[in-house]
Ligand binder design. Structure first.
Ligand code: HEC
Ligand code: HEC
Length: 393
């Protein structure tokens, strides 16, 4: 604990120094992205059999927005991960292509290359390639709804397209059979790795290029300090304790119960959303979820794994109380008294001004450029009137 506290104490200085040095040191090696990583950001960890190239990113971007990549052609990845919302969908819970409601909220994909585990509470999903099996082929719930019956028909749709026929062989340096499920997954993963953002006001402040307002500056001190303790779980350049990168000494796999539920005083969470316990089968892992990155958090409401907190102000109230009280109904219980509550969550009793300051600081983490960058945008949009968009009905 003492070691951890000391390690976190030098949060800003150390992490950014280490990150910059790592990035500098590695720039002399083969870069893992076909473009420079932002100052202060390390090189992401990329599987050796799928190096990121500009051609793959281009193919992946198109597939990410292509509704032909769902069983019934109604959804694409972008249906639940919209650029304008930092690649979330604005819903508490996502809705799949067949109308099935997902138990969880869609997380942001900005800087997703740096996440050490993927999705809200799965210690085993470590690469974007592995994670993608879920939205493509998953059945509980159905997302894109590709199954044994329609799998070859879906692939045929992609194979028939002239643009893909031209670009896949280039991206994968092979003449025949370049269009395969494996390469579809590899190119979408490469596109996701290209979605990097480090131009928020906070980043510009760190580089000496912008000032924080007085409220943001007080909010930052609270966030990084020992009174509010946010940085213990939302530390690193990613604002999540689950950050990894090339050359990182270890891959952190940490999950926490932050006191959202305590059904009937037993510590239980709602069905289908038990958190890490659903995978490990251990009661003490109940309600443990990943502390998500807080970059662009002002754009990603509603909050938490099930979208059950509507605004940043309400999130701050939640932490100020040290857990959520649900007074009646089937979910009644006081999260503050949960037997599984993380010891770092305790009543903070923040003043009105402190609450406003924290919200102001969280808003300084927004990078608007990521929501408008044409490199990440829908390639079908400007083609639509030329008549070459996929059939979206
Ligand atoms: C129906 C809506 C929906 C669709 C379609 C969808 N996703 Fe997601 N995505 C989600 C939800 C919900 C989660 C959280 C799942 C969980 O925690 O169990 C998620 C999680 C993720 C994550 C993990 C992010 C993180 O930070 O942990 C990645 C990566 C991702 N999706 C990529 C994709 C890709 C690529 C596609 C297309 C092949 C896609 N998604 C299609 C809703 C969707
Ligand atoms: C013990 C670790 C821990 C501490 C300390 C902590 N958080 Fe969190 N935070 C989490 C976890 C875990 C989640 C996701 C919980 C869930 O969905 O069930 C989360 C979620 C959030 C979210 C929602 C993000 C999203 O995209 O849905 C915000 C905002 C947030 N925390 C801000 C803060 C602030 C501000 C503080 C300090 C007052 C703080 N956190 C302290 C672990 C922590």
């Amino acid at each position: 604990m003492a070691v951890r506290a000391a390690a976190v104490a030098c949060w800003t200085a150390c992490v950014f120094l280490v990150a910059s040095l790592t990035a500098l040191a590695q720039r002399s090696h083969t870069p893992s992205l076909p473009f420079a990583t932002p100052a202060g950001f390390p090189e992401p960890r990329v599987p050796s059999d799928n190096p990121v190239t500009a051609d793959k990113v281009e193919v992946g971007r198109r597939l990410f927005y292509d509704t032909r990549l769902s069983g019934n052609q109604t959804e694409s990845c972008s249906s639940c991960h919209e650029q304008e919302l930092a690649f979330t969908d604005g819903r508490a819970q996502s809705v799949g292509s067949t109308g099935q409601v997902h138990p969880r909220s869609a997380p942001s994909l900005v800087n997703v290359a740096y996440n050490s585990t993927l999705t809200w509470a799965n210690p085993a999903l470590l690469t974007l390639e592995a994670q993608m099996q879920v939205p493509l082929f998953g059945t509980s719930p159905v997302e894109l709804g590709i199954n044994d019956h329609n799998k070859s028909a879906v692939l045929k749709r992609i194979k028939r397209d002239r643009w893909y026929r031209r670009h896949f062989p280039r991206a994968f340096e092979s003449k025949g059979r370049a269009i395969s499920w494996k390469n579809i997954v590899r190119s979408i993963a490469s596109f996701q790795r290209s979605i990097v953002s480090a131009k928020s006001r906070y980043d510009r402040y760190l580089r000496g290029k912008a000032e924080l307002t007085d409220a943001q500056s007080r909010g930052m001190d609270l966030f990084m300090g020992e009174e509010a303790q946010c940085h213990h779980c939302h530390g690193t350049f990613l604002f999540s304790d689950q950050a990894t990168y090339e050359g990182a000494p270890r891959v952190p796999v940490l999950f926490h119960n932050n006191g959202l539920y305590n059904i009937d005083g037993t510590g239980a969470y709602p069905e289908n959303n038990e958190g890490l316990a659903a995978i490990t089968g251990r009661k003490r892992d109940t309600g443990k979820f990943k502390a998500p990155s807080l970059r662009n958090v002002a754009l990603t409401a509603p909050y938490m794994h099930d979208g059950s907190i509507p605004t940043l102000r309400a999130v701050v109230e939640h932490y100020s109380r040290g857990g959520r009280l649900i007074e009646d109904g089937p979910l009644a219980g006081d999260g503050r008294d949960s037997p599984y509550l993380d010891p770092l969550i305790a009543p903070l009793d923040l003043s009105e001004r402190q609450k406003k300051d924290l919200v102001a600081f969280l808003k300084s983490l927004t990078d608007k450029s990521v929501t408008t960058n044409p490199r990440f945008s829908d390639p079908f949009k400007h083609r639509r009137h030329k008549g070459s968009s996929p059939d979206r009905t």
